[in-house]
Each structure stands twice: as C-alpha cells, then as structure tokens.
Write a protein that binds this ligand. Structure first.
Ligand code: G6P
Ligand code: ZN
Length: 543
C-alpha cells in the first residue's frame, strides 16, 4: 500500500452552509469534488496526527462511497484511528456521542439532514470538532478558503473496508474500527432517562408510534423503544434506512409526516406520536389530538426536565435560536436561569454548552437537545417527553394546556417559500434592510412597529460576532415577524417567515394558529412584498 498525492483543481462553490456542505449528488460526483472538500477540512486543522477521527452518515445515496474515501484520506493524512459506524451508519447525535466518548479529534458526518436522498437528490459533508459539535464559523471559513486554492489531496491506495462487519482493520498504520452504531447511544439514553418508569407506562397500555421515515433513526428507535422500553412490535414505522428514504423527504413536519399527523388526530389515536429526520437530529412531537410546536416543546421540556434523572439537579440555562418563539424565555424567567438567543444553526450552542451556561437548547426547526452531546437529538427529545409523561401521568394535551395556562401561549408559525428565484429573494431581504430605519413607529392596522433590526449575535464565550442573521420586526405588545433566507437549501432560495404572537389570556388559547396570526401574516406581506417579489401566492410549507 502507498500514499498517493493526487493533483486537483479547486471548485468555487464549496462554501459550507448552516450545517456543512450540501449539494446534489451529481455535484458531489464530479471529479475530486468530495476529495477536495475532505482534504480542505484536513488542511484547515492542526494537530490530528495519530488522533481519532469518527466517520458516519445517515445512510443516504453516496454515503458508502464517500465513507471509503474519507477513511483512505484520513489514513494518508496521518490520523491514528478511524471509528466508523457499521453499514456506514451513525445518526448525527450518535456521532457526536462517539466523538465525545472516545475523545476523538473530530468527526466527519455525511448527511443532508432532512433533505431528500437518491441519485439526483441531496448529499452533504459536515465536520464536527472534538466537543462533538459542528465546527464553528472560523473553521468552516478556513475550510472554504482552502477549497478555493487546493491543488492536491492525499489518499491511501488501499482496498475498501468492509463496513458491514464489526472489526478492526489497518490502513497505512491507521486502525479502522467498524463499531455498533447504536450501543453507545442507547447506553447514554439509559443514563439520562428513567427507563423503568417509561417501561411501566408502556406496560400499562400507553401506546406510542414513532415514524423513522426510512432514515437513520430506525435501528436506534427499534432498539430503544421496542426492545428496551417494551413498545409493541410495529410501534416504529419505516424503520429500515433506505438510500432514497423511500422517495420521501425525511423531514418530520406536518407536511412530510402527514400520515403520522392523521394517525394522531384520529379518534383511536395512540397516546404519543413522534418522528425524526434523515440523520436523526430533529424531532416531531404529536400527542393524541395535539401537535406540539418545536418552540413550545423546548419550553415544556425545559419546564419539566428536572423530572428526568439526567436533569434532576435543574438547568443552568436555556438557549434558543432567534427565530424560535419566546416561550422558553418565560420558563427561564420563572426558573430564574439564563436564556440565550443565538443565530440559526446548532453550532452556535456549542460554546454555551461547553461553558456550562446552557443545559437545554432548541430551535423552531424541530431541533431540541442538551449538554449530553453537541448536536440536537431527535430520540433524546422523544425520550425526555416519555419520561415526563411517565412521571406526570397526564396526557400530552393536558401538559400543553397547563403549560399555556401557567406561562401564556406563544402562537407561532413558520411560512416557507421554497425554491424561489435567488435574485428575488435577495432583493426582498435587501428591501427589508432598507426599511429598518423607518419602520419603528409605523402602524399597520392595530399593530405598531416597536423596533426592527438585522439580528447580530455577540457570542458571550468567545466574543465572536455574527451579523446579518435575520430581519426582526417587533411590534408593541410582543408580537413579531422575522424574515431570513435558509442556509440549508440546495436549489434556489428558501424564504422563511416566522410569525409569533403572545397571548396571556387562557380563554384565548384555543384559537387556530393561522387565524390567531392572520393580521401579522398580512402585515408581513405588506412590509416585505412577498407575493409581488416572489410571484408566490402562498407558502410551500406552513409549520
Ligand atoms: C439545520 C441546522 C439547524 C438549523 C436548520 C435550519 O438543521 O442543524 O441548526 O436550525 O438547519 O436551517 P435553515 O438555514 O434552513 O433555516
Ligand atoms: Zn437533521
């Protein structure tokens, strides 16, 4: 075996987005495209000689090919050990756990998360650092800079590793161990949650359904929910990870997990329904007859987390992304703990978690997690809900209604306009920025703008500043509309409009969400000119 240095030429489009580099598979299949990016990652890091690298992915189309490349390139670049999930599988939170548990230097996670998979669909490569979390911007910026000047990459001229058998191999002095992707993660969940209490709940007739969406959480959910917690066989739906997710979007929202929603709204619905996304870091929570918005779920989990053994000592603080509703802020205020508002992207929580400022974090984009790993974690949210339900012995609906009665309800919805023309979307945002100075004081019907800005984040730990993170228009009384462009799409632009209204009066907590937000939705269009600029009459997705 030898190490080859292969000449290459740069690509100009390898800028990592909200969560790594995401492109269509045919883009990744271009000559040296994946190789360039992986070498650029290694070239942007220092001190990994002899260290451990974790590699895994969500099983989507092209996963195995890039895993083989990454292993051979890690060997050629001087890593001492690679840990790779059997079958090339590691959910994103499980990868984060493996990195932390093994004190790895970092990890390469192959995923495009909730985006569809297949020969013409999406693929992605993300680098995680030694704390188990997504690389911060200073690293992703360095990687991007390197992709623009790279002229060669290094690769071991070795045979492919058999990914389907657990065991250890050697390539150029580097060991490659194929590990069970589920075991360590399941063990961590057993430490955090009261499994006997959940088992008892389920044995008492509490019915759950979990839709793995033909994505990575299938094997994890089968093992944990069915084997360890005793849920009836068949409680985990679509549990086989498929390279194309069965042709669906593995995105656990009310559009793509519609069947689950219908099941949970039926008269004979189970007690608890949940789903996770392509790589296992998102969650959807639906009780019998009630969808829990991700923003509400964060607040409710935070308010009840002390009921689970892993959080019995209470929380140090809560962090949420800026577009996430302020429901969690009310819980933090009541608990007398810190609340942190970060830009969109899990990577911004890493410093807060490492510094012990926050224990639980969440985003409106169906992400919730804690300091147990440095990624959001779909099954973790499901298990924390189950633990709370097992202790409180009340329905999801009862817990939600009591929460609103105590804290007030933050009516919340996100309207997405997908694959709109990039220039139109940029124009819309530019136009909003131009209006920022003149909006405060303006009145739209019963709504008066109090402040408006382009969100900037000053990281309290490393003092880095992230600007232009979304336009916020805040109205007198606490309602708000937020506009930002998605950083995870792979074609055109996706405009996200986040709409929120706080309602303290419990007598007014039963209104349909879109109805409760109707005036704000109309004002959002009036200010931003969504219809006129995008040519769209309605959003593609409403969550
Ligand atoms: C990924 C990130 C999240 C982020 C989400 C939405 O899932 O891990 O942290 O909230 O994308 O990002 P977007 O830029 O598409 O709104
Ligand atoms: Zn994901």
């Amino acid at each position: 075996m030898t190490i080859k240095t292969v000449p290459t030429t740069p690509y100009s489009d390898q800028k990592p987005g909200t969560s790594g580099l995401r492109k269509k598979v045919p883009v990744f299949q271009q000559k040296n495209y994946a190789e360039n990016f992986i070498q650029s990652i290694f070239d942007s890091l220092e001190g990994f000689e002899g260290q451990t690298l974790v590699i895994g992915g969500d099983g989507r189309f092209y996963n195995r090919e890039v895993i083989q490349l990454a292993i051979k390139m890690a060997a050629a670049n001087g890593f001492g050990r690679v840990l790779v999930g059997r079958g090339g599988i590691l959910s994103t939170p499980a990868a984060s756990n493996v990195i932390r548990k093994n004190k790895a230097f970092g990890g390469i996670v192959l995923s495009a998360s909730h985006n569809p998979g297949g020969p013409t669909e999406d693929f992605g490569i993300k680098y995680n650092i030694g704390n188990g979390g997504p690389a911060p911007e200073k690293i992703t910026d360095a990687i991007f800079a390197r992709t623009k000047s790279i002229d060669s990459y290094k690769i071991a001229d070795a045979a492919d590793v058999n990914l389907d058998l657990e065991g250890t191999h050697e390539i150029e002095g580097m060991t490659v161990t194929v590990i069970d992707p589920v075991a360590d993660y399941a063990e961590l969940m057993e430490q955090l949650f009261d499994f006997p209490a959940i088992r008892k709940l389920i044995a008492g007739g509490f019915r759950i359904v979990f839709d793995a969406m033909s994505a990575v959480t299938g094997p994890y959910a089968k093992e944990i929910l069915e084997n360890r917690l005793g849920a009836a066989k068949g409680s985990v739906l679509n549990f086989m990870p498929l390279p194309d997710f069965g042709g669906h979007h593995p995105d656990p929202n009310l559009v793509h997990a519609r069947a689950l929603y219908e099941t949970m709204m039926a008269a004979d619905a189970p007690d608890f329904g949940a789903a996770s996304d392509g790589d296992g870091d998102r969650n959807l929570i639906i009780g019998k007859g009630i969808f829990v918005t991700p923003s509400d779920s964060l607040a409710m989990l935070a308010a009840n987390a002390h009921l689970a053994p892993g959080y019995a000592k209470g929380l140090a603080g809560i962090a949420r992304s800026m577009p996430t509703s302020g429901a969690a802020d009310r819980v933090a205020a009541k608990l007398g703990i810190g609340i942190y508002e970060t830009p969109t992207g899990w990577k911004f929580f890493g410093n807060l978690l490492d510094a012990g400022l926050a224990t639980i974090c969440g985003e409106e984009s169906a992400g919730t997690g804690s300091n147990h790993v440095r990624e959001k974690d779909g099954l973790w949210a499901v298990l924390l809900w189950l633990n709370i339900l097992a202790v409180r012995k009340e329905s999801v609906l009862a817990i939600v209604e009591q929460h609103w009665a105590t804290y007030g309800r933050n009516y919340y919805s996100r309207h997405d306009y997908e694959e709109v023309d990039t220039d139109a979307a940029n124009g819309l945002m530019a136009n909003l920025r131009d209006q920022l100075a003149t909006l405060p004081g303006k009145t739209f019907g019963a709504l008066t703008v109090e402040t408006s800005d382009d969100f900037a984040y000053n990281d309290p730990v490393d003092h880095s500043v992230s600007k232009n993170q979304g336009i916020r228009i805040l109205f007198v009384g606490g309602s708000r509309v937020v506009f930002r462009l998605s950083g995870t799409g792979t074609s055109g632009a996706t405009l996200r409009v986040y709409i929120e209204r706080f309602e303290p009066d419990a007598a007014r907590h039963g209104i349909d969400t879109q109805e409760a937000l109707a005036d704000l939705i109309a004002v959002a269009d009036q200010i931003a000119g969504i219809k006129a600029r995008t040519g769209r009459n309605e959003p593609t997705v409403i969550t």
